[in-house]
Design a protein around this ligand. Structure first.
Ligand code: ZN
Length: 317
């Protein structure tokens, strides 16, 4: 499982693989493993004959670097891959909320010293103290930070707000972002962040028979926190947009943030999806539930580390 092939300023969720490392990784697996498409994997699962030492590649969300950086490498090595796309950012040409939020809170050169934010009747209050200005020391501390262990006030505020945002509707997220931008003194066009591919790029990607497009909801919610009706809307609308853009049947799905409940699976089955991918770590066996296919989170490893990790996984499972 990949998300980004890029070298961002910071990577709080450990989701980016550097382009040079990515090429090393693809080169390595293309010569040492059998690479199958996720469609073939699902077929093998259905037939009860998973091929040993075979790998299927997936990319979640629909970042522009998937198109610009990963695609040419995959084409060079003739490697199939599936891209699970959240369409609302794509059609609106906006970055994902978690990137915008981080851009304001962690990367803004200057912020006011105190934030007071009211959301659903609750007040969030946070003091930035001496971290109002983003000096070289703070930049250095942010370089390799991870969200599970935020080292500064700014990164702690980001994680705190991330938790609030992750349970919001898209409308609420947009309102909060507008408030935060205003608070930070930033205008909408000051967003120097890379976003998603656009519909034309998605169409080009989908045209290549090496690549499969899969569903990843309309707005990337935590599905288990919303009603069944709302889940159905997120899944069906997303499929409709993707099918309209690609002229292909969308019958594979990846749960946003790996989050789902019984209703999610019920909807996917009723909507005749063939299967769905989680973010749980693991390999696929003949008895794997096609609606809970585990994946392995690929990190920014050199070919050597990648090889070690792959070997360990194939021994472990
Ligand atoms: Zn995602």
């Amino acid at each position: 499982m990949y998300h980004r092939v890029h070298t961002p300023q910071t990577d709080p969720w450990d989701l980016s693989v550097d382009p040079a490392h990515f090429e090393e990784q693809i080169k390595f697996i293309s010569t040492n493993y059998t690479i199958v498409s996720t469609g073939e994997l699902m077929q093998q699962l259905q037939n009860g004959n998973i091929e040993h030492k075979s790998i299927a590649l997936t990319f979640d969300d629909g970042y522009i670097d998937n198109f610009e950086t990963a695609r040419p490498v995959l084409e060079t090595y003739d490697v199939p891959a599936t891209f699970f796309i959240t369409d609302s950012n794509l059609t609106e040409n906006r970055p994902f909320w978690w990137d915008e939020l981080e851009n304001i809170i962690v990367h803004a050169d200057q912020l006011p010293g105190h934030l007071t934010l009211t959301h659903r009747g609750e007040t969030i209050s946070f003091d930035l103290g001496d971290e109002k200005l983003l000096g070289p020391n703070l930049r250095e501390k942010h370089k390799f930070y991870r969200a599970y262990n935020p080292p500064t006030k700014r990164t702690r505020l980001y994680v705190k707000l991330w938790k609030v945002f992750s349970l919001c509707t898209k409308g609420e997220q947009e309102e909060l972002l507008t408030t935060l931008r205003k608070w930070a003194g930033l205008s909408n066009d000051e967003l120097e962040i890379e976003g998603c591919m656009d519909l034309d790029e998605l169409k080009i990607l989908a045209k290549n028979p090496l690549f499969t497009i899969g569903g990843h909801t309309k707005t990337h919610p935590f599905l288990s926190t919303i009603s069944e009706e709302h889940q159905r809307y997120e899944i069906a609308e997303n499929r409709q947009v993707l099918e309209g853009a690609t002229n292909k049947r969308i019958d594979q799905f990846a749960y946003p943030s790996g989050n789902f409940d019984d209703s999610t699976q019920k909807i996917l089955k009723e909507e005749h999806f063939l299967g769905a991918f989680t973010t749980n770590n693991g390999c696929v066996f003949t008895d794997t539930d096609p609606f809970e296919i585990p994946r392995l989170h690929i990190k920014n490893w050199s070919a050597r580390d990648f090889k070690t990790n792959l070997n360990n996984w194939f021994i472990k499972w």
